[in-house]
Design a protein. Sequence first.
Lengths: 322, 66
Amino acid sequence: MDLHLLIDNLSNPALLFFFLGVIAVQLKSDLKIPENSSKFISLYLLLAIGFKGGQELAHSEFSLEILWSLLFGIFLAVAVPVYAYFILRRKFSVENAGAIAASYGSVSAVTFVTAISFLELEQIAFSGHMVAVMALMEAPSIMIGLLLIMLFKGGKEKTNIPMKNVLQHALFNGSVLLILGSLVIGFLASEAQAEGIKPFTTDIFKGFLAVFLLDMGITSGKKLNEFVKKGKFALVFAIIVPIVNGCIVAFSTGSFITGTGNRLLFAILAASASYIAVPAAMKIAVPKASPSLYIPMALAITFPFNITLGMPLYLYIIQNTF
Amino acid sequence: MREAINNSLKRLKEKPSTLEEVILVIIYFIFLSLSISNNNLFLKELTLCGLIILFALMGAQAKNKY
């Protein structure tokens, strides 16, 4: 791993604010971000990323690589939950295994945004269509997770999952709709019009990301305390799955994805786990699955790992292979 | 402060065994020991990751030579 990358990453103000949040919880400080502000900032980040992605997409020519990227994204969102489910079944119930598998197959928009900020810091280019890939990867893993639960939950306890509600939630939940909508708006807007809102979509982006990561740090710190009591299997799974997925994708994408930035974003998408969209869907569909298990795994373990050690490691692999 | 760290890292880079390689190997072995202490959970996948990292380390060495 390039130590310059690691130091650049670890001295990134946004990441340092994340650690400040974790430390604040350990010190039992009353520091907190108001819930409505936190919601607004997460909406802002999705809007800005979607809009910028749309603008990038408008400037790029349609190529086969865009199609391959979309297909590969869907493949990852289907394959990861399937293999994760069978490993998780060694220790967890069908419901918990299905919910955690769906979470690890889906993606974390905040990790994606942090990875984009990391790429900008290192002045590495990436394509706008990666935003569309991220948005596409949210829903399939939720469906696969639920399908696995339905398949393996036999006998009297057969689940009665409200598929219509779940489908509605998976495909049109606020974050997916906002990011896809912003992508389309960014694509349609002319350059002159986009320039008009550039101070909002670009200039203040990193500041808002820092505040959002502070909030994530506070939430992670709280969840971490609960999670430590849950045993070692979940902890090992939450650390090792991202490294396995990230390393394999960072290495294998060299044969069909061009551009270091795009390959890193794929690695981070494969390595990240959802802690917003999936829990919301699972709460409706599988109330027996324990949120105190799958949210801290994704938020308190996998997310910090990816944004500290994960990104420089995957970039090192990408830059030194193929 | 940051420049001083970066300069000292540059000096370290000129030495035959770089600190970054050592750190990478240490981190990998931490993961490996985590896996082994948990009934070899993900051991095969971690071995595959180890091969990928080794491949990347060799690629970096080859780049430094030329």
